[in-house]
Design a protein around this ligand. Structure first.
Ligand code: ZN
Length: 501
């Protein structure tokens, strides 16, 4: 290997190790850390973030990238080294715009805010977290300013999560989707409603936990290279290709919460576990965008995890764990219950059809806050207004209103939510392509065999990590650009049948 390429890889590995160290600190904070660890943890995380940023933005890396450009240009676009140099250059040029001291300040603030949010949310006390959120907004605006000029202040922040996307592109896409979704929601609400009372009986935690582990294992999440723990707001994190962890939360009076969030996070984790091991420690060694990541979590959670074939296989096992609660509930009733469509309060529990309406509320609020048109102080009232208008439901409190999602309280404001809807769209598009290539997928799932689908996803999507951008990947896999049509076909087919539309 060219000594310069070797030198570059060594430097990238150091920066990547420090990022992984910070994810360990953050995983621990969100799972097992006692409250007394809070202040020191915020400082430790900030220290590591600053050193990681200094390592990655070292001018020596810029010099190596310059020196290696002729080599990169001699390679085909698809070559691994070409991708490594291309993606590293893109991330390096983005990172050098931001001073390391700012990264330290941002990490310290994000960690402190997360801890305050966890307490304030439990106490339904928005006033407590409000000054922190105001500072988050200031820091998010400052973060975006490093990338000026831009068309919209949210553009640089959206671009960090979903490379190549802008506020304007997403607004147009969301408007088109909304125009097609609202009539489906209205048609469904005109029909007799599914009864999901069977999910709201008492389901002791131990049984839910055992079932969640079994489902995650069977669909293909590798516990030799991962583990499941409890948290406030479920997430996936990774320290290496050999250690990709998932988290969940359990509600003993609602079976759907732990179950579907576990499948969701297992979807994210199988993507990370499926990346080629030789990409580890480089900018290629993680999922390519928020939207593609969510396409995998949402595909496994919904397209697979709420399908009839999936429950043909798993429902007898679930009934065996909860014979008193589910013994009198038929497979058909259960399948309808987990697909009940209703305008509801909580994004993470929302059904597949109304889910995007929750995302659009948050996306619009991010833009308005960044534009200076919505003050943090006015967020709770704006939230209530918008939920009444868009979802026809009035949040009873801020806990399940504007404090329900961790994103703004553990990260920045901007770019945090569009990935979910992009994921719904892409998940359906990828799945439609997979079924065309492997028509037996649904029949295999009904037999409890998930390897045909997982193998196709690994081969076509997971192994590549960040080698291709999301638009490149979609084009390669599906033969065309991102399209809302497969998602709408999927919804119309599934819910047309369930609700006899
Ligand atoms: Zn997710």
């Amino acid at each position: 290997m060219d000594p310069k390429l070797q030198d570059l890889k060594t430097r990238l590995l150091e920066a990547s190790d420090l990022d992984a160290v910070n994810r360990v600190l953050s995983w621990d904070m969100e799972t097992y850390m006692p409250p007394g660890g809070g202040a020191a943890r915020a400082r430790q995380s900030a220290t590591v973030a600053q050193i990681a940023h200094e390592k990655f933005t070292d001018p020596a890396i810029g010099k190596l990238l310059d020196d290696l450009r002729p080599y990169e240009e001699s390679l085909p676009y698809d070559a691994d080294d070409a991708a490594l140099l291309r993606v590293t250059r893109r991330e390096y040029e983005r990172a050098v715009k931001v001073p390391p001291a700012f990264m330290a300040q941002l990490y310290s603030h994000m960690n402190s805010t997360y801890q305050i949010w966890a307490e304030a949310r439990a106490a339904n006390d928005f006033a407590r977290v409000r000054p922190y959120l105001e500072k988050t907004l200031d820091l998010s605006r400052q973060f975006a300013e490093y990338y000026a000029p831009y068309d919209h202040i949210a553009d640089p922040l959206i671009d960090m999560a979903d490379y190549g996307m802008k506020a304007a592109t997403i607004r147009t896409l969301f408007a088109a989707l909304r125009g097609r979704l609202v009539p489906i929601v209205e048609a469904i609400t005109d029909r007799p409603q599914a009864d999901d009372a069977c999910l709201r009986r008492h389901f002791p935690e131990a049984g839910q936990w055992a079932f969640g582990l079994d489902v995650a294992r069977q669909i293909g999440y590798d516990f030799e290279r991962g583990r499941l723990d409890k948290t406030h707001h479920p997430f996936t994190t990774w320290f290496s290709v050999g250690d990709v962890r998932i988290t969940t939360r359990v509600d003993e009076h609602y079976l759907g919460d732990a179950l579907f969030s576990t499948i969701h996070e297992a979807g994210h984790a199988m993507y990370e576990q499926g990346i080629r091991p030789d990409y580890e420690g480089t900018p290629l060694g993680h999922g390519t965008s928020a939207g593609v990541h969510e396409s995998q979590s949402r595909l496994w959670e919904n397209v697979v995890g709420r399908s009839l074939p999936f429950w043909q296989h798993f429902y007898p096992k679930l009934q065996a764990i909860f014979p008193e609660q589910l013994g009198d509930v038929s497979l058909e009733t259960f399948h309808r219950a987990v697909n009940k469509v209703e305008r509801s309060l909580i994004r993470t529990d929302a059904d597949e059809v109304t889910y995007n309406l929750h995302v659009m509320v948050r996306f619009d609020f991010e833009l308005q806050m960044l534009e200076g048109k919505l003050a943090v102080a006015d967020l709770p009232e704006a939230w209530r207004e918008r939920y009444r208008a868009d979802l026809g439901i009035l949040p009873p409190d801020d806990k399940d209103g504007c404090m329900q999602d961790v994103h703004w309280y553990g990260g920045i404001i901007g770019g945090a939510f569009q990935g979910y809807t992009l994921g719904n769209i892409l998940g359906a598009q990828f799945y439609e392509t997979a079924v065309k290539a492997r028509p037996a997928i649904a029949a295999e799932i009904a037999q409890g065999r998930f390897g045909v689908l997982l193998g196709w996803l690994q081969e076509n999507i997971y192994q590549h990590g960040s080698k291709f951008t999301a638009p490149e990947l979609v084009e390669r896999v599906t033969g065309g650009p991102l399209s809302i049509e497969p998602y709408l076909r999927y919804l119309q087919g599934k819910y047309g049948e369930l609700y006899e539309l």
